[in-house]
Design a protein around this ligand. Structure first.
Ligand code: PA5
Length: 449
């Protein structure tokens, strides 16, 4: 597809190995597209780019415009799939110097995040910082019962009501949640907040192209129509059943082949710090979808060049259980060039006139060859550009490949039963009614702390 290509030339994978996967990938494709596999109740995202209701897009944009009028800062409250997609796209597309520029002119509100951890100092600082600014809140929880965002929202609701009054707060809070169930739905209806629905058949980590991601992204100035257009182009492209010409299926097949060779860790590498949260989102997507029943590739990530001076050592030379997937922006037309220096004490005048983009590309090429020579196969996802359209393509590419990979692995890629264990323990230790016996067992086990 124009815009996104998967290069397997450095993966060590032979065409015959890919050929052997053809039938399995086709079977997985059919399970996914026909909603016939494990977890099929949660495959509403598969056809979403095509079926997306443009009236909902209008509604999201109208709400975003209303919030933009009112605030300098939008606090997005959510955890896991309820915030990582927004953060991934927002950080990839925003101006990294925006916090500095904000004081000069503010076109779009800044997003800050809450409810994705329980750190007290962070919350204190957040509540202090927003006091200086006009604030809106978008609370996002499909279940409406997740503890971390529920606690953060309880505090923010109280803050907003004290500061703006109950009616004023109502105008500044938007809830994105289940259409009928859960504590957040009940509260939102009772308070009269504007709400957006997360459909029953779309799980958190596959929800970035629903109002979960679209609303906060629109508030922050992202072109959400272009994002959806990119996803739609990817949707149409990846209906192609031929493995040889379907990059999404090739990615799913290549990871499976490498895993079977003992490469059980996949590191997503990039050369652009703006993509850090694309990697965080990707880690959640693959980790939560595949890591179950004692199976799954462990997803990790690095940012180069920074991590070439830390994790690069391990990737080059540590245990040989790793493969790397490089997310590479192929547009090399840079305009910021290295200058000539009269003294040349650093010996870098040979680089004068070269753009940073060219140099970064050479860093990629050098690293690729070094890591491959060191026994780390590389898959390269070549992305023409980092803009809303191409990020939309990439998101859909990763989501569809994840569904297919999960089915190739023989797991349900749409549940997350393992997440419950810590929740149960936390509730018991915090004294939630009904957990008394479990609390005693845990407290005995904690004696060694
Ligand atoms: O991908 C998932 O389903 C999870 O990561 C959820 O998004 C996360 O647990 C948050 O759940 P909720 O939106 O119900 O608060």
């Amino acid at each position: 597809m124009a815009g996104l290509n998967l290069n397997l030339n450095y993966s060590g994978i032979q065409d015959s190995q890919l050929n052997n996967m053809k039938e399995m990938v086709r079977a997985a494709q059919q399970l996914l597209e026909n909603g016939a596999g494990a977890g099929s109740d949660f495959t509403g995202w598969v056809h979403l780019p095509q079926t997306f209701d443009m009236a909902l897009m209008d509604q999201v944009e109208a709400c975003a415009a209303r919030l933009k009028e009112k605030c300098d800062v939008l606090v997005v409250v959510g955890i896991g799939g309820s915030y990582l997609g927004t953060r991934a796209v927002s950080e990839a597309l925003k101006d990294p110097m925006e916090p500095l520029r904000r004081f000069c002119s503010r076109e779009n509100p800044t997003i800050i995040y809450a409810g994705h951890h329980l750190e007290e100092r962070y919350m204190e600082q957040l509540l202090g910082a927003i006091d200086e600014l006009e604030v809106c809140v978008n609370v996002i929880s499909k279940s409406g019962t997740t503890t971390e965002p529920a606690i953060a929202f309880r505090m923010l609701k109280s803050y907003m009501e004290k500061r703006y009054g109950v009616d004023g707060a109502k105008e500044r809070i938007v809830a994105t949640t289940d259409k009928a169930r859960g504590a957040l739905r009940t509260l939102a209806d009772e308070k009269g907040y504007e709400t957006f629905v997360i459909e029953d058949d779309i799980g958190g980590r596959y929800s970035v192209l629903t109002p979960v991601g679209l609303l906060p992204l629109a508030v922050s100035g992202v072109d959400i129509r272009a994002l959806m257009e990119g996803a739609k182009a990817a949707y149409e492209e990846y209906l192609n059943p031929e493995l040889e010409t379907n990059n999404c299926f090739k990615y799913a097949a290549a990871r499976t082949i490498l895993q079977d060779q003992g490469k059980v860790v996949e590191i997503l590498a990039n050369y652009n710090p703006a993509l850090q949260y694309i990697s965080e989102w990707w880690k959640q997507l693959y980790g939560e979808s595949e890591g179950k029943d004692g199976r799954g590739i462990f997803p990790a990530s690095v940012q180069f060049s920074s991590d070439l001076h830390s994790m690069g050592q391990y990737i080059q030379d540590g245990r040989r259980m790793i493969f790397e997937t490089v997310l590479l922006e192929t547009d090399q037309n840079g305009s910021l060039k290295v200058n000539e220096d009269g003294q040349n004490l650093d010996g870098l005048n040979f680089l004068a006139g070269k753009s940073l983009k060219e140099i970064n590309f050479k860093a990629f090429e050098g690293t690729l060859l070094a890591h491959v020579a060191g026994g780390t196969p590389n898959l390269v996802i070549e992305l023409e550009k980092i803009d809303a359209y191409h990020i939309g393509q990439l998101l859909y590419f990763f989501m569809k490949a994840c569904g297919i990979s999960g089915y190739l692995l023989g797991v349900n890629p749409f549940d997350q039963p393992g997440v419950e264990a810590y929740k149960k323990n936390m509730f018991a230790l915090l004294g939630k009614p009904g957990y008394e016996a479990h609390r005693q067992t845990l407290e005995a086990a904690l004696k060694r702390l």
